[in-house]
Design a protein around this ligand. Sequence first.
Ligand code: SF4
Length: 247
Amino acid sequence: MKLTFTKLDTYKACPLRFRLKYQAKLREAPLRSRNLSLILHRTLQAFLFHARRDPSLNALLRTYETYCQQPQDIKQQQRYQEGRHALEVFHREQGDRLATAVALEQAFSVYLAGIEIAGRLDCALETEAGLELMDFKFTSQVPPSLDPLQLQLYSLGLKEVTGSTSDILTYYYLRQGKRVSFPGGEAAIQEGKDRVNGLVRRLQDEQEFAPSSGPWCGTCSYRRYCPTQRQHPDPIPPMLVQARLPL
Ligand code: SF4
């Protein structure tokens, strides 16, 4: 078994959703806001790779244009402007530091509780306060409470591939221009390791995959199969149940 943070996070929030998505391999419905998020992600990736040579706002907006089709109607025009505005705010606030970005799109894998956990870093920035690990988020809303677990795990990944320990751990919500930071250092890495070890062990022993409802249900594609959402949920299609049987 190979895990990623996304899979672990899905399991942590709701074991039934994990089972339907990753074991039954039932596809999730695409979210409407997904295209702009993808465009912004690709724009930042490409821009940061060349930011040492040209960290200007013009370079960032030119990159955006290459990933974004010309808007064809008013809604697309609104989304285009939303993306452009988010990039302008990001550049205004972070512009001076972007040329120092390291570990761009760096893949890593670590072993915890005997399981390989793979991930990909967005970037780390050299700052006066030390090394800042930054993970970009492109969701249309900032969750009401934020858990540093992903950053703690990625900080372990950064240490594995570069030998450096990050001093600051940051989620940057691009569409909202919101930056949320947590303390880094060895203590954060250890906390991440302990929590991920616990989650992996729970998953290995899991038998029930019971539903666990919360704010995440709003983006769940599996409500029709879920007893917390329907008194008489649909049965999981037999073909998909078969897909999770062992060989
Ligand atoms: S609707 Fe909520 S509780 Fe049900 S499977 Fe989806 S995330 Fe889990």
